[in-house]
Design a binder for this molecule. Structure first.
Ligand code: CU
Length: 444
């Protein structure tokens, strides 16, 4: 069996539960069922949550770029919900945000969404309802999964492709911050699930997805390094080999790892308390024995510009951004906390916040000015943007759909207005979004 056959068979297994049938008009049909589940995170550690198809993460989708898919979502809960396709450039009617006009999936109802899958890369999907002070809704739950969009004719340059999905459980409000009792990778606490099984000299692609509602995580695999080849699923201008990756809520990193240190290791949070709360997974070489090892990792500031182009302006991927000949129109967006638990964009909270107005085909520079001490992972739906300045450093060639704006810092991103229709812009920290940190980008 060749490697490609092996990968293909793995894919078939992973998606069998969700795949129903083919259909001539709507393409392949996949089924998601939203329902309550008692999730076994580890021995004597069960949490009650809501998940897709009774599993956490939800089914792994592996699609080809340009393929048309239909997702039939059945909601077996008492409250309306909906599924957001994070990082996809798809119409607002199917994107999965009520505020854009996507129909909700009513309680005990079924709703179908069809769309053409684009762009290629590590995408994901999750609930996009507002939670408010209800921490049993939205991204606090187990409603998340990974959707990998493969570029047509791109050969797999690795032996294994393994999603690593981070999440926390049992949230509560403690001194103005959301605190959690237990954490997991791929739905299991450290040591409770099957290990990632590798062989010496394999090349493994770890697709790390931070499916946390509110927490920025730092992840490492001691004894090994991550070669970061893509951020938010988009190839970076300068791949870097680093010991630790940092991901805010909703961010992804594609990390290539050369398996050259045989043994049994922990891939996990660098923070000991969080690792002990469950955020880790065992990586086991064939024939290796003994308890999994962890080594203290170096402290290092996260800086997106490390992955930027050596020369500016950075080369532009086809169809992403226009030529830089015309200067972008600047749109300043100031983030500020007002009063208890309330967040504003340019002085106003959702739903009164002013929309960001653009014209189709125009090029814009969004200037994020964080007038608070907290970092905000801000996300724009249905578009990809390019980081052009991070905390005072000019850069280019790093394309994302979420960017962390550090406390009291500015971040600038360039955007081609290439996907008409309303697009939600918000902090992906669920509690900040719920407390008003949201507006719409609208096409004039
Ligand atoms: Cu925030």
């Amino acid at each position: 069996m060749t490697r490609r056959d092996f990968l293909a068979s793995g894919v078939a297994l992973a998606t069998t539960g969700a795949r129903a049938q083919d259909n001539a008009s709507g393409g392949d049909i996949f089924k998601l069922r939203i329902a309550p589940v008692a999730l076994d995170l580890g021995p004597k550690r069960t949490v009650k949550t809501v998940a897709y198809n009774g599993q956490v993460p939800g089914p792994l989708f592996r699609w080809k770029e340009g393929q048309t898919v239909t997702i039939e979502v059945t909601n077996d809960t008492a409250e309306a919900d909906l599924v957001h396709w994070h990082g996809f450039h798809i119409p607002p009617e199917v994107d999965g945000a009520m505020e854009e006009g996507t129909p909700m999936v009513g309680a005990h109802a079924t709703q179908s969404y069809s769309f053409k899958v684009t762009p290629a890369g590590t995408r994901w999907y999750h609930s996009h309802v507002m939670g408010g002070h209800n921490y049993q809704r939205g991204t606090y739950t187990g409603q998340f999964g990974v959707a990998i969009v493969e570029a047509a004719n791109e050969p797999a340059a690795y032996d294994q492709d393994i999603p690593i999905v981070l999440h926390e459980w049992e949230p509560s409000l403690v001194e103005d911050e959301i605190a959690y009792k237990v954490q997991s990778i791929n739905g299991k606490m450290l040591g409770a699930g099957e290990p990632v099984r590798v062989k010496a000299d394999q090349k493994v692609l770890f697709r790390i997805v931070n499916a946390s509602a509110t927490v920025t995580h730092r992840v490492a695999l001691p004894g090994h390094s991550f070669r970061v080849i893509a951020l938010d699923g988009n190839a970076v201008a300068t791949p870097r080999t680093i010991p630790v990756v940092e991901l805010g809520p909703a961010e992804r990193a594609d990390c290539m790892v050369e398996m050259t240190s045989p043994g049994v290791w922990i891939l996990g949070e660098t923070n000991t308390a969080q690792r002990n709360a469950g955020m880790g997974i065992v990586v086991e070489y064939a024939d290796a024995k003994g308890p999994p090892r962890w080594l203290q990792m170096p402290e290092r500031e996260w800086d997106y510009t490390e992955f930027g182009a050596a020369q500016l302006p950075a080369p532009q991927p086809a169809g992403r951004l226009l030529t830089r000949a015309d200067g972008p129109v600047e749109i300043p967006l100031q983030f500020k906390s007002v009063g208890e638990h309330s967040w504003t964009i340019n002085g106003k909270s959702w739903p009164s916040a002013d929309p960001i107005v653009v014209k189709a085909g125009g090029r814009y520079r969004l200037i994020f000015d964080n007038q608070s001490s907290m970092a905000h992972p801000v996300h724009l739906h249905r578009h990809t943007f390019e980081i052009t300045k991070f905390a005072g450093k000019p850069t280019g060639g790093v394309f994302k759909d979420v960017v962390i704006v550090p406390g009291w810092k500015e971040v600038e991103v360039d955007l081609l207005a290439s996907n008409p229709g309303p697009s939600l812009f918000h902090c992906h920290h669920q509690f900040h979004m719920d407390m008003g940190f949201m507006t719409l980008l609208k096409y004039a």
